[in-house]
Design a protein around this ligand. Structure first.
Ligand SMILES: Cc1cc2nc3c(=O)[nH]c(=O)nc-3n(C[C@H](O)[C@H](O)[C@H](O)COP(=O)(O)O)c2cc1C
Length: 180
């Protein structure tokens, strides 16, 4: 069947979900989930995600020039959902949603403790992509909890990352298959 252009991306799913945390110019923190996200260079380490220009996340990054990409596991689902709600500018969605922030080492934006991986990013580039702005971040610190990264291998089943299907529907990895 032919599908409407407003729905095309829904079939490109499930998509990994991240929580992007930022601060505004007064230092008040903010966080929101994003699933339009992907790695775009290994060396230098670059990651990109796309945000509607109206989101506080986008406005904060344009002002401060940095952000943290946090990777949540299944246990963070309810809190992640809460921080996708629309709170007034200047109200920290991190605290309101029950997430815990921690000071980052290399950027002003805080990390989220409940997430098993955190990428501290400096804004490397941005471009308007239709109804979104695509932000490219240069990763200046990449942290993952020890138990989920052994012998250079990501322990995906143990970390149990969340993926977004659409609306309130999320997916989990569940099973790994290997080529012979
Ligand atoms: C699972 C999930 C994924 C989302 N992915 C995106 C996305 O990729 N881009 C986007 O602009 N909004 C996305 N949203 C919507 C934002 O998270 C939501 O509008 C949020 O309130 C924006 O917060 P902010 O204004 O504090 O930045 C997503 C929401 C959910 C629940």
């Amino acid at each position: 069947m032919e599908i409407d252009f407003s729905l095309w991306y829904r079939v490109l799913a499930p998509r990994p979900v991240v929580i992007v945390s930022t601060v505004n110019s007064r230092g008040i923190s903010n966080a929101a989930p994003f699933s339009f996200v992907m790695p775009c260079s290994v060396s230098p380490p670059l990651i990109e995600f796309s945000s509607s220009p109206g989101h506080h996340t986008a406005k904060n990054i344009l002002k401060t020039g940095d952000f943290v990409v946090n990777v949540p596991g299944r246990g963070a689902l309810d809190k992640l959902w809460k921080c996708s709600g629309n709170l007034p500018a200047g109200v920290s969605e991190i605290k309101k949603s029950g997430l815990t922030e921690e000071k980052s080492l290399k950027v002003k934006s805080p990390g989220i403790v409940e997430c098993f991986a955190r990428y501290e990013c400096k804004l490397h580039g941005k471009f308007r992509t239709g109804d979104h702005i695509t932000f490219v971040g240069r990763i200046v610190r990449a942290f993952v909890e020890d138990k989920y990264f052994k012998n250079k291998e990501f322990k995906v089943l143990q970390a149990d990352p969340l993926m977004h299907i659409g609306g309130k529907r999320f997916g989990l990895v569940g099973k790994i298959i290997k080529v012979k």
